[in-house]
Design a protein. Sequence first.
Length: 316
Amino acid sequence: MSEKILVIGANGQIGTELVVALRGIHGAENVIASDINDPGYAIRHSGPYELVNVLDKDNLHHIFDKHRPTQVYLLAAILSAIGEQKPKMAWDLNMTGLIHILDFAVEFKTAKVFWPSSIAVFGPNSPQFHTPQYCVMDPNTVYGFSKLAGERWCEYYFTKYGLDVRSIRYPGLIGWRANPGGGTTDYAVHIFHEALKKGKYESFLSADTALPMMYMDDAIRATISLMDAPADQITIRSSYNLAGLSFTPTQLAGEIKKLIPGFEISYADNDPRQAIADSWPKSIDDSYAQRDWGWKLEYDLAAMTSDMLSNLKNII
Ligand code: AKB
């Protein structure tokens, strides 16, 4: 049976890349991209597109009824930094949006749902290094505790209704096709743009702030591998830890300098995103993902930096 895949939040950082990858695998006509705003040129011209607001239940019901998706990827969310500026809106979008999708997936018998969680589910009392899958979780951002609550809802729908929901706790994601939308890890994308445009960058995180990150190619591969894995191999229905690579702004700048020798980095004081970063893990243990669905990272810091710069310089 051919798949009918609905991607909600297709204009975002992950969605932009995921739609391209899924259309390559399943055929453009079988992947319906959707977002609250008009799509970018590439998405509009490469396959079906719907305007969807996840908070508009009637509209969403109509979209499920019209397309009867076999798989849904819900990527629409408010990230950590914007979430602190608009806490109620972040909670509403991240929670109500998810529950609408879970309900319609049950009603329309959608075979599989993907929903992204984040390293933001951890907090200041979680172990900071090689943070395990199961440990103290006391997130102190609205984004973080909306993701933690979302994980509990996903597991609940799996247990209670048998809905095949799968999820990854993404680290900060770095890609050249789309910009991130208001997170704490965004510096690791902006730095590449500014390095190519101006040869310098002011980081809003301090020099030695280590965070788990991942190149987008690895993140998309992880997402599709998890969705393709046999259901009986998925032992975690909340969300899987995914390690990626951990580095500081200084280490990333050092790698960029090898390819852009005059590049300079400076550091801003008192950015509110610093406190968020300080509450998150510095590195992650992803042994469950390795064991259950054979996860293996491909891009290290050097490979990611070189691929980012060579692709980005053609489009900026
Ligand atoms: C953010 O910084 O908010 C996101 C995330 C780590 O989930 N990139």
